[in-house]
Design a protein around this ligand. Structure first.
Ligand code: NAD
Ligand code: DAU
Length: 352
């Protein structure tokens, strides 16, 4: 048995692959185009591990996906690959439409062709697991209940609209063709290997460099935060026991404003790496708001708990401490990401 994982060199995908191979000998084939967000160094500990095969390639390339499916005959495809950063989707939406919509469509069609040719037992066991986001549901006011799986889709950014489109495609391929799909919609992740364009890693690396900590608008936008290995364990639970055609919301029961997040990061750094110039909070700087900035996300994760017994293992206090410590312990990873040197390694590896 094998899993085909798309986007496995990115933040969540690499954490998923590493976690999977810690507890299972079932091999993984990772397909990743290594865009700016893909970092093969995240998977460096798997070099020479026969359980892991890395393939550099684009999910929009049908022939490549067909070839991987027929060569490796996976029992499931776990689809992480995406353009994932909201700010980039605002300045350049094209790549999001291509990867998130056309890429998902390509994977669905290739999967359908492969799955149609399987025998009855393998066909029933096969899964297309689509990894999606809570942003498809839109924005909540302070009083609104958290997002349940029944919440209408109201995406507000080019990123969330492209993810919503991909969710609809996945749903339609199940409804029309019977493809055995699972969809998970998760809240904001944080943890090791998080690219420092996103809030938490950006605040850590900027603070350590003595740079401004940019807070959009009034800093009161609220997100639900989940430690990344809890997302990986939720995906494992859904893959194993999720009902085909269903969606499961995944969250940390941990709503916090951006300002609270940044204060927590600064307080941990004050404790773990005190700066003679004073608290890192002095670097907090309010900047222009993100256009169309969603005010609040919150997840009702009762369905996955009720049906599959999943709950997050980390609290925010434990997860954020591990995260800050990871960045302090891996300065070379940060330097190579910031300088772009992580991409040279790929160029050497692939003579690209
Ligand atoms: P990421 O940007 O860190 O990684 C994305 C990966 O996909 C990269 O390795 C990149 O090289 C690869 N990729 C991009 N375009 C590709 C293409 N055309 N073909 C093949 N590979 C391609 O993203 P992430 O934060 O790890 O998110 C992974 C998934 O989880 C995404 O689908 C995202 O929408 C979803 N998600 C993310 C979060 C979060 O907080 N980061 C929360 C919920 C859901
Ligand atoms: O909710 C899940 C989503 O979480 C995922 O689907 C996305 O892929 C992921 O990028 C994330 O989206 P957000 O837009 O919530 O994450 P980001 O880290 O970009 O921003 C978190 C909050 O912090 C948001 O309210 C914007 C704010 N922010 C962000 C940055 C980068 C700042 O105030 N300053 C910043 O510099």
């Amino acid at each position: 048995m094998t899993l085909l994982v798309t986007g496995g060199a990115g933040f969540i995908g690499s954490n998923f692959v590493l976690d999977w191979l810690k507890s299972s000998d079932e091999p993984i084939v990772t397909l990743d185009a290594l865009t700016y967000a893909g970092n093969l160094e995240n998977l460096a500990s798997l070099q020479g591990d026969a359980r892991h095969t890395f393939v550099k390639g684009d999910i929009c390339e049908r022939a490549l996906v067909d070839q991987l499916l027929s060569q490796h005959r996976p029992r499931a495809l776990i689809h992480f690959a995406a353009e994932s950063h909201v700010d980039r989707s605002i300045s350049g939406p094209g790549a999001f439409m291509r990867t998130n919509i056309e890429g998902t469509y390509t994977l669905l069609e290739a999967s359908r062709a492969y799955w149609s040719g399987l025998g009855d037992v393998d066909k029933a066991a096969w899964r297309f697991h689509h990894v999606s986001t809570d942003e498809v549901y839109g924005s909540l006011s302070e009083q609104d209940p958290p997002f349940a799986e029944t919440k209408t889709y109201e995406p507000n950014s080019p990123y969330s609209a492209s993810k919503a489109a991909s969710d609809h495609l996945v749903r339609a391929w199940h409804h029309t063709y019977g493809l055995p799909v699972l969809t998970t919609n998760c809240s904001n992740n944080y943890g090791p290997y998080h690219f420092p364009e996103k809030l938490i890693p950006l605040m850590i690396v900027n603070a350590l460099a003595g740079k401004a900590l940019p807070i959009y608008g009034d800093g009161k936008n609220v997100r639900d935060w989940l430690f990344v290995s809890d997302h990986a364990s939720a995906i494992r639970a859904v893959l194993q026991g999720g009902r085909v055609g269903e969606t499961y919301n995944i969250g940390g029961w941990n709503e916090m404003s951006n300002l609270e997040i940044v204060h927590t990061v600064c307080e941990l750094l004050d404790e773990l790496r005190p700066d003679a110039a004073g608290s890192y909070k002095r670097l907090i700087t309010f900047v222009k708001d993100r256009p169309g900035h969603d005010r609040r996300y919150a997840i009702d994760a009762r369905k996955i708990e009720r049906e599959l017994g999943w709950r997050p293992a980390e609290t925010f206090a434990t997860g954020i401490r591990k995260t800050v410590q990871w960045y302090l312990d891996h300065p070379e990873w940060v330097v190579r990401v910031q300088s772009g040197a992580y991409r040279d390694w790929v160029a050497q590896q692939y003579q690209a």
